[in-house]
Design a protein around this ligand. Structure first.
Ligand SMILES: Cc1cc2nc3c(=O)[nH]c(=O)nc-3n(C[C@H](O)[C@H](O)[C@H](O)COP(=O)(O)O)c2cc1C
Length: 323
């Protein structure tokens, strides 16, 4: 399957693994890239730019295929040294960066000067167009279904993707809610040049997270996510559990008067405990696609299986319908 995305990134299959906090380590990234997709290291999971440099070097040892680094610019409680993280990416010879959160405009000159391809992840057509205007090479269009931060517009991919296709000149990947071959075909039909998956890649053999996290995904249905932090306009889709129910209750009670201080203790700093120690009672990003996750394949089995099944759907079922 050759698309503008496989051409742009020099990869075999139009499948990207989005940056994921405390999941996007070298083990998963190399496995995705070795399977012909594009693996992406999550920069800010690394405490310092020096640690990111080491993670990039570790990944180079595990794959000679292209991989990227995610740079998330959230309306954070801290302000990481982004220029230094960017220098670590450049020095590490990484040629693809996934930006997310705020508009990456201030960093574009340095990234472009270093010959880096930038794919910006955003949740609306207007932000996608802005990304195109400031020189991004591609966008990842993240629909309302997605795990993590779906933005505040609540437009699902069935409408968001064809809207993006109407407006964009640069290629885009469909992101959010995707986990099987039917959806890959649908994304291509809706105008995308590939897909980006987050949640689905957590339930793979190589994802370096605690087995409890993978089991939670297998056991979850599509009804088991909740939106938190909406009153702060920093909405996040997470897997439901007692702590998340508590956050939702506090948000209901406080309404528009809520501040981050009201829930900081419940949302902050849980990732290492959840992802590495398997202590599941905390808020962690998870998409509605959990309802479609029933197994824990290798990345090779997942990507290879999705692509060959997608080709079969196009050649057999869809070709017959057209005929
Ligand atoms: C556990 C988890 C952590 C994530 N962390 C980040 C992050 O740090 N930065 C980022 O840009 N996106 C992050 N995402 C979003 C993913 O990159 C991707 O856009 C999203 O998961 C796509 O939706 P899906 O989960 O339905 O496939 C995270 C997603 C998950 C599930």
């Amino acid at each position: 399957m050759k698309t503008r995305i496989t051409e742009l990134f020099g990869i075999e299959h139009p499948v990207v693994q989005g940056g994921m906090h405390y999941v996007g380590f070298a083990e998963l990234v190399a496995a995705v890239s070795n399977a012909g997709g594009l693996g992406i290291i999550t920069a800010l999971t690394q405490p310092t730019p020096e640690d990111l440099a080491k993670e990039i070097a570790r990944c180079h040892e595990m794959t000679d295929k292209p991989f990227g680094v995610n740079l998330t610019m959230l309306p954070g409680f801290s302000n990481p040294p982004y220029p230094e993280y960017i220098e670590a990416i450049i020095a590490g010879g990484v040629k693809i960066v996934e930006t997310a959160g705020r508009n990456p405009q201030e960093h574009m000159p340095r990234l472009k000067e270093a010959g880096i391809k930038v794919i910006h992840k955003c949740t609306s057509v207007r932000h996608s167009l802005k990304a195109e205007t400031i020189g991004c090479d591609a966008v990842s269009v993240d629909g309302f279904e997605c795990g993590g931060h779906p933005g505040e517009d609540d437009i699902p991919n069935m409408v968001l993707l064809p809207r993006a296709a109407e407006e964009l000149k640069i290629p885009f990947v469909a992101s959010g809610g995707i986990g099987n071959a039917q959806q890959l075909v649908a994304a291509l039909a809706l105008g995308a040049d590939g897909i980006n998956m987050g949640t689905r890649f957590i339930a793979t053999e190589e994802a370096p997270v605690h087995q409890n996290v993978k089991d939670a995904l297998i056991n979850a249905s599509e009804l088991d996510t909740r939106l938190i932090m909406r009153p702060l306009r920093n909405t996040e889709r997470v897997l439901v559990n007692p702590v998340v129910e508590q956050i939702v209750e506090i948000e209901k009670e406080k309404g528009a008067d809520m501040t981050i201080g009201d829930i900081a203790e419940l949302v902050g700093g849980g990732y290492p405990k959840i992802m590495q120690e398997g202590e599941m009672d905390g808020a962690w990003s998870c998409g509605m696609v959990a309802g479609l996750i029933h197994d824990i394949p290798t990345c090779q089995e997942l990507i290879g299986g999705m692509v060959s099944e997608a080709e079969a759907i196009i050649k057999d079922r869809l070709a017959t319908l057209a005929g």
